[in-house]
Ligand binder design. Structure first.
Ligand code: 5GP
Length: 207
């Protein structure tokens, strides 16, 4: 019954969290389970980890390439996170909004601020926190991808970042992944029904 869906702009869903909060797991599962939601693929100067695939998880580039992309104005936002640069390509974002497709951005707080400013009426922002700081520490260690110094750096940053929760529209405490995905799905469903997202000129029962 696709015809019954009123025409609306696409929504930019932003999910942020301190690293180790389980955000990547939630966003991946959400993308699999939530219909018609695609991921934005960020550009980064960080090296690929484990089984990350270039073009799918990230577009991995050199510092020089990143700078050129940025200078050409191809990024909707960009930030330095830890020792690498990360950015969201602008074109796919603009195209998604214009054509009514929803897009999910897994980006940090600095990036979220920039996107919210650039697209004030087209974003819905979600902050994910682990139930306790201790839980965050355990998750980071279990992941085993970082050195002790890097873990300490991420933990210090996490404490700082957690304070930004009140800049977001929604807060999900990630106690249980399945439950968190259900909550995220509720957010997506509700956001899709907002009257403010309807295209200008929408008239009920016109056709
Ligand atoms: P990781 O290196 O663990 O994949 O990501 C580190 C941090 O960078 C995470 O908080 C992630 O959300 C953030 N990040 C990933 N892509 C982008 C992006 O395009 N822009 C910004 N601002 N942050 C990003």
């Amino acid at each position: 019954m696709k015809e019954c869906v009123p025409p609306r702009r696409g929504i930019v869903f932003i999910v942020s969290a301190p690293s180790g909060a389980g955000k990547t797991t939630i966003s991946r599962a959400a993308l699999e389970r939530i219909p018609e939601l695609t991921a934005s693929v960020s550009v980064t100067t960080r090296r690929p980890r484990g089984n990350e695939v270039d073009g799918t998880d990230y577009r991995f580039v050199t510092d020089d390439e990143f700078r050129r992309i940025r200078e050409r104005g191809e990024l909707a936002e960009w930030a330095k996170v830890f020792d690498a640069s990360y950015g969201t390509p602008k074109r796919p974002l603009d195209e998604a909004i214009a054509s009514g497709r929803d897009i999910l951005l897994d980006i940090d707080i600095q990036g979220a601020r920039q996107i919210r400013k650039a697209y004030p009426s087209d974003t819905a922002t979600i902050f994910v926190l682990p139930p306790t700081f201790r839980e965050l520490e355990q998750r980071l260690r279990r992941r085993g991808t970082e050195s002790e110094a890097a873990i300490q750096g991420r933990l210090a940053r996490a404490r700082e970042e957690a304070r930004a929760y009140d800049e977001y529209d929604y807060l999900i405490i990630n106690q249980d992944v399945d439950e968190s995905i259900r909550l995220l799905l509720s957010v997506v469903t509700a956001e899709r029904l907002k009257v403010t997202r309807l295209r200008e000129g929408f008239v009920p029962w016109k056709s």
